[in-house]
Design a protein around this ligand. Structure first.
Ligand code: HEC
Length: 368
């Protein structure tokens, strides 16, 4: 602790040299690499892999900014918040100092741009394209996360349909996922019974991404296996192939858009029809005190149509709001109400809620 304190004195002095005496930031002419060299390299190492423990005088592991699998999924906004406010901005160790008084906004942006040059491999989509996740529309960015979604009627009666989804990135642009649906429902005897639904496996791949235009496009396929007990209404009884495409776009003023469309093709079952679906979500993110809790209200429009049986498309709207619960911003809650627009006679309103944990950014109980 004493070494850390002594070190921090040295590092503050080091920073003070680059900042005016009264600790208010003025914009220097230094480029990102020079700023990094004078303000960050003592701890993060000249090459960004982290200075040796003996030099920094503390035991805490330092991030490796040359590791693209670590750095590329992080959004600039998160790194800028950490540099401005110190480790506490994302519940990291306070050993990561706050530079908001020593460096101007444009200097912090330049130094973060320099951090970006330390990952030298191509093909890793940037975390800035990882836009907030809607309740029904699949987003294009590949994720490392677990999501528990529940759907039930606003009166709380009948059944609660839930799904546990696990997503994991593979390589630079791939992601696979496993979805396990299960239902809790009130039996005639008045007890709550439970049952497994149709388990799904999916693979998604980023086909195109561009940070300057704020766009990312992915394609994938899901296979839904008939693991649910159809007789109890827990599954379709058929294996379903679902090819899909998904596109996400950053919009001005922290707005965003997701589009997702595909087909559900049942295999090996007489009389089962292919269904097409299309989903769109628009939203905007508002951040408390510039760096902290993020609120993202969104509106989804959902359409689906069974091909070949002449029935009209079914349309729903789904207003919702997502909020970050943890300071790390890796545990998020989203709640919305799915409202059928047409064919309302046999379709009621549904409350939808998810709890999302981005496990790559930290344990479920760390980072608060
Ligand atoms: C006194 C040592 C020290 C200095 C100086 C320092 N850092 Fe850090 N920084 C750390 C430590 C330690 C962590 C890891 C904290 C943790 O994991 O809890 C960290 C974490 C970070 C992170 C978060 C990475 C992640 O996991 O997402 C960023 C970004 C960062 N530093 C950028 C900078 C920049 C840019 C500078 C210079 C302007 C700088 N740091 C200067 C010690 C330092």
């Amino acid at each position: 602790m004493r070494t850390a304190l002594a070190f921090c004195l040295i590092c503050t002095l080091g920073i003070a040299k680059t900042a005016p005496a009264q600790q208010t930031a003025t914009d220097s002419q230094k480029n990102g690499a020079e700023l990094y060299g004078s303000a960050c390299a003592a701890c993060h190492g000249p090459d960004g892999t982290g200075a040796p423990r003996a030099t920094v005088g503390f035991d805490l592991p330092l991030p490796d900014f040359t590791d693209c699998s670590f750095g590329s999924p992080e959004a600039d906004a998160d790194w800028i918040a950490v540099v401005h406010e110190g480790g506490r901005a994302r519940a990291f160790d306070p050993m990561m100092p706050a530079f908001g008084d020593a460096l101007s906004g444009s200097e912090i942006a330049r130094v973060v741009d320099h951090l970006r040059t330390l990952c030298t491999e191509d093909g890793w989509p940037r975390g800035d394209l990882n836009l907030p996740r809607p309740l029904a529309t699949e987003k294009a960015f590949p994720e490392n996360e677990a999501v528990l979604t529940s759907t039930f009627s606003p009166s709380g009666s009948d059944a609660v349909a839930s799904e546990l989804l696990y997503e994991r990135r593979v390589g630079r642009r791939g992601q696979y996922e496993i979805a396990v649906p299960f239902e809790l429902r009130e039996t005639e005897a008045g007890n709550w019974g439970r049952g497994l639904g149709d388990i799904a496996l999916a693979y998604k791949h980023v086909l195109f991404d561009s940070l300057p235009s704020g766009s990312i496009l992915s394609g994938g396929t899901e296979i839904i296996f008939p693991t649910g007990k159809e007789a109890e209404g827990l599954g379709s009884g058929a294996t379903v192939f679902e090819p899909f495409g998904t596109f996400s776009q950053m919009l001005p003023r922290d707005g965003f858009l997701h589009l997702h469309a595909g087909f559900e093709i049942p295999a090996g079952r007489e009389g089962a029809h292919t269904e097409s679906f299309w989903r769109a979500a628009v939203g905007r993110t508002f951040v408390e005190q510039q760096w902290y809790r993020a609120w993202s209200p969104m509106l989804e429009l959902l359409g689906a149509r069974t091909l070949a049986n002449g029935e009209p498309a079914m349309w729903d709207v789904l207003p919702q709001i997502q909020v970050s619960l943890s300071t790390r911003q890796h545990v998020l809650l989203n709640a919305g109400l799915r409202v059928p627009i047409n064919q309302r006679q046999n379709r009621g309103n549904r409350v939808m809620v998810y709890l999302l944990w981005d496990w790559f950014d930290g344990g479920l109980f760390t980072g608060w």
